[in-house]
Each structure stands twice: as structure tokens, then as C-alpha cells.
Design a protein around this ligand. Structure first.
Ligand code: SF4
Length: 346
């Protein structure tokens, strides 16, 4: 709910699992990104970037070329530089503002960042996943929370914007470790975070562990509740949460691609709705008198969040407060993230 500058227009280029020293137990980037394990060629960088620039239309925000789905700084140097050279060509021509990529925390060193100086890299997204060393070890991440702390410090020293990704519900996670990860990440003051509750994806170690009952994912309800608490924690510290829940890409939606876990195509909406349910309930509780027929006034674009998916929130509130009717009315005079109660229906 932070006020953000216009979202950048991101041109995504996928390097599925490339540059990774091994496979983390939950990861199958072919399913997650919908891209086959083929080596991204320089020609594809050129073609995809040109194609996306054609879709840009009147977008007024920044344009960024992004290398996602693998460990960018783990790529062999000549290959990494060939991709950067190609992307930088678009920057030089004024068609793209900057380059961004995702990488593991343990690939970030001062020397590696110095080698990026000739390129207009603006944002580095770091897969922290957890700040609990036991959870990291059980997930076979091969790095520690300290690696993430060091990575953030180095990126800040080099003036780069930082995104941190976390995955609540990894092996060994508890409510306590998940919230502690949130607090520790917030203390690192990244520019933004992504929250991806762990789901069991086909063809992963986690799928085997799930099959043998060695791993139990979070339920959807628990994942929404914990993500809500993390979201509010980051929001209170003015850290943008730019994504909650995996993108419902074509391949993840294929039957059997997600074996178990809190995957929902509208996960972020579920979290926002849960926040508004709390807000509305708090407002209703604060009323000195409550009639049986209530109007909730909210900003027009916040109506779906107040109602919840399939009117879930309305039903909950009617039941909880023993109402006969609850109407949600758009009202541009109401402040953002606020619900105004009108007790006047007869
Ligand atoms: S989670 Fe990241 S580092 Fe681990 S295998 Fe997947 S892409 Fe590679």
C-alpha cells in the first residue's frame, strides 16, 4: 500500500536455473518461468527486447531489461558479459533505462560488482528465501543468512537498488522463523521485497519429500495470514512489497505442475482482502451503536479488496456482526486504505 512511482516496464529474459551451483529443493524454474532449459542467446536478447519495446505503447515509467530465473552472477563471465553487452546496447540507444537481474546472495562480491561498472545495472534482486540458517540448510540453499547481509551491504556500497525475495513455509520453517525472517529482512532496508510462499512444484526434491510426508506445505489460509503479517511489517517500514505469490504462468497452471501448497492465481488479492477484512472489522467494532444495515464507504479501486474474493469478506462481516445487510459504496473522498462506516441504512 506504499505510494510507488510508476511501475517500470520490465522486459523479462529467462535463464532458467543457469548459473546455479546446484538445484535448491523447491526449485524447478522450467515450471516457474514457463521457459525450457535452453541457453538464452544474444540473438534472443535482441529479438525479445525489440519485441517488448513494440508493446510498450505510452508507458511513461522506466524501461528495464531483466534477467530472471537463474543465478545471473553465477553465469560464466564471457557469457554473462555477452548478455550484458547486448542489453547495454539498448541502453546506449536510449530505448532502455537500465538492466536488472536476480542472483544468489553468495555470488555477490566487491570484485563482481566492480566488473559491472561499465553496464547500467540499476536493480539487483537477491534470493534470500529465509534468514534462518537451519531453514536455509534444510532447503539446501548452500548459503547462510550472513551471505545475504553481506550481499545487501555490498550492493548498497555500490549504489544499487536491492530487491529481496523470501519464501515463507520452507522446510523447517515455523511461524516464529517466518516472522523473524521478515523482521531481519526489514532491518536490512531493501528497496522492495517479493514474498513467495513455498509451493511444491513437480520434479523437485520437495515433491519427493511431500510424497514421503517429510515436508508439509503451509495451508492457503496460513500462507495468506503469514504473508499479511509480513506485508504489514514491511509496509510499516516503507518497504514496497512488489509481489505476493507465484505468477500464475501458463506452465504453472498446467494440471499437475503444482503438486501441493498455497498456490492461488490471485494470491496477492487474497492478502489485500484479508487486510481489508481486518480494517472493516476494526471499524465496525469501534462503532458505539451498530444498526443491522451498514454501508462501508471506500475508495472506488479498493472495492474488490473490501468485498474479497466471491464476496468472502461481506459474508464474514455479516456473520460476525449479525448484520442483515452490508453494502460497499465507492467514495473518492475516503482516504486510501481506509473504510468509513455509515450506520444509517433503515
Ligand atoms: S532457487 Fe535460485 S539458486 Fe536455487 S536452483 Fe532455483 S534459480 Fe537456482
Amino acid at each position: 500500500m506504499n505510494n510507488q512511482s510508476p511501475k517500470p516496464f520490465i522486459i523479462p529474459l529467462f535463464i532458467p536455473n543457469m548459473g546455479c551451483p546446484h538445484r535448491c529443493v523447491f526449485c524447478n524454474q522450467t515450471s516457474i518461468t514457463g521457459q525450457e532449459h535452453t541457453r538464452l542467446s544474444v540473438q534472443q536478447v535482441q529479438e525479445t527486447t525489440s519485441r517488448f519495446l513494440g508493446f510498450k505503447g505510452y508507458h511513461r515509467g522506466r524501461v528495464e531489461v531483466a534477467f530472471y530465473g537463474g543465478t545471473f552472477l553465477g553465469l560464466p563471465k564471457p557469457y554473462q558479459q555477452s548478455l550484458l553487452d547486448e542489453a547495454q546496447g539498448f541502453v546506449e540507444k536510449g530505448q532502455v533505462d537500465s538492466i536488472r537481474f536476480s542472483t544468489r546472495p553468495d555470488t555477490i562480491t566487491s570484485d563482481v560488482l566492480k566488473a559491472l561498472t561499465p553496464y547500467t545495472v540499476g536493480v539487483v534482486e537477491v534470493g534470500a528465501q529465509s534468514m534462518d540458517d537451519t531453514v536455509l540448510s534444510l532447503s539446501r540453499r548452500g548459503h547462510t543468512a550472513e551471505d545475504t547481509r553481506n550481499a545487501v551491504k555490498l550492493l548498497k556500497d555500490h549504489g544499487l537498488r536491492i530487491g529481496l525475495q523470501i519464501m515463507p513455509g520452507l522446510p523447517g520453517d515455523t511461524t516464529g522463523s517466518i516472522l523473524e525472517t521478515g523482521r531481519t529482512v526489514a532491518e536490512l532496508k531493501p528497496d522492495f521485497v517479493r514474498i513467495y510462499p513455498t509451493v511444491v512444484v513437480k520434479n523437485t526434491v520437495l515433491e519427493k519429500w511431500y510424497g514421503s510426508s517429510r515436508f508439509k506445505p503451509l495451508s492457503l489460509a496460513d500462507a495468506v495470514e503469514l504473508t499479511k503479517r509480513l506485508y504489514l511489517l514491511f509496509e510499516a517500514r516503507a518497504i514496497s512489497v512488489i509481489r505476493m505469490g507465484l505468477q500464475a504462468s501458463g506452465s504453472l497452471l498446467e494440471p499437475g505442475a503444482v503438486v501441493a501448497g498455497p498456490f492461488h492465481p490471485a494470491f496477492g488479492h487474497l492478502v489485500h482482502s484479508a487486510i481489508f477484512l481486518d480494517l472493516a472489522a476494526r471499524e465496525l467494532e469501534m462503532q458505539k451503536t451498530l444498526s443491522k444495515r451498514i454501508i462501508l464507504r471506500v475508495r472506488p479501486r479498493e472495492i474488490p479488496k473490501v468485498k474479497g474474493l466471491s464476496n468472502h469478506n461481506i459474508k464474514q462481516l455479516i456473520q460476525r456482526f449479525d448484520l442483515k445487510e452490508l453494502r460497499v459504496v465507492p467514495d473518492p473522498t475516503v482516504r486510501e486504505n481506509t473504510v468509513r462506516v455509515e450506520n444509517s441504512l433503515t
